[in-house]
Design a binder for this molecule. Structure first.
Ligand SMILES: [Zn+2]
Length: 249
């Protein structure tokens, strides 16, 4: 089973992002980081060979979605993929992505749904589902990666979504995170919220996923690689409409 390990940066402090990149590096596995802003830690991750995609916050009153997307693209011109903050998008978003030259988006939440395969939108953009999100799992009591990764019969690549802040804190509940969030930009204060000791928490879920890769139970890929080289090749995916698409000028 191919597994894409992905992270939404969400304006996390640089030490938190750097901690997460180093943790991923310690396992020697590839990952995808979706960036919300300019981050030395994420530029360093790209240099280490990780994928860096875009994590735009659409729907803001003072900026068009196009400007928000292109601001991020200017910072990360090699980005191939995008996942929107809070999956926020509208009927124009996919066309915006395709016209900007992106290859895929990862905005379909299929957490705890039956197997949902990626598919090719008529623009050519691959739409890639998400099968686990740390926040959703905490908030709604949904499945953890343990169940997903134990499903040896699964055919399509599995996408795991983590947030660096939850890895850093080893967030154990949304109440835990709500308490820590107010100190997010004061590292000394934030460190007092880091969950100590063993216990169910997001960092344990992350370690379990990485351990499964080390055991050879799953193959970790970054998201772009999982689409093109995983078991679901883009050209073999079902398309929702035949024919080529030309982006409007
Ligand atoms: Zn986000």
């Amino acid at each position: 089973m191919a597994v894409a390990l992905t992270f939404d940066a969400d304006w996390a402090p640089e030490p938190v992002l750097e901690y997460t990149v180093r943790l991923v590096e310690s396992y020697g596995i590839p990952a995808t980081f979706y960036a919300t802003n300019d981050s030395p830690a994420l530029h360093w991750a790209a240099k280490q060979g990780h994928e860096v995609g875009l994590h735009p916050f659409f729907g803001q009153p003072d900026a068009s979605d196009r400007d928000t997307l292109h601001h991020l693209l200017d910072l990360y011109p090699d980005a191939a993929g995008v996942r929107n903050h809070r999956y926020r998008m509208d009927s124009t978003s996919i066309y915006l992505f395709a016209k900007a030259g992106l290859s895929y988006d990862c905005n379909i939440m299929a957490h705890d749904s039956p197997e949902v395969p990626p598919y090719v939108h008529h623009t050519g953009l691959v739409r890639f589902p998400i099968h686990f999100g740390d926040g959703a799992s905490l908030q709604y009591g949904l499945r953890t990666p343990y169940d997903l990764l134990a499903d040896a019969d699964r055919q399509d690549p599995v996408v795991l979504l983590f947030h660096p802040i939850h890895i850093y804190l080893n967030t154990q509940s949304m109440a835990h995170y709500a308490c820590a969030k107010k100190d997010q930009h004061d590292m000394a204060a934030l460190n007092r919220h880091v969950a100590s000791g063993k216990g169910p928490g997001v960092r344990e879920w992350f370690h379990e996923a990485c351990a499964a890769a080390q055991r050879g139970a799953v193959v970790m890929r970054d998201a772009a690689d999982a689409i093109t080289n995983g078991q679901s090749k883009a050209e073999a995916l079902p398309s929702d409409e035949a024919g080529a698409y030309t982006a409007p000028q």
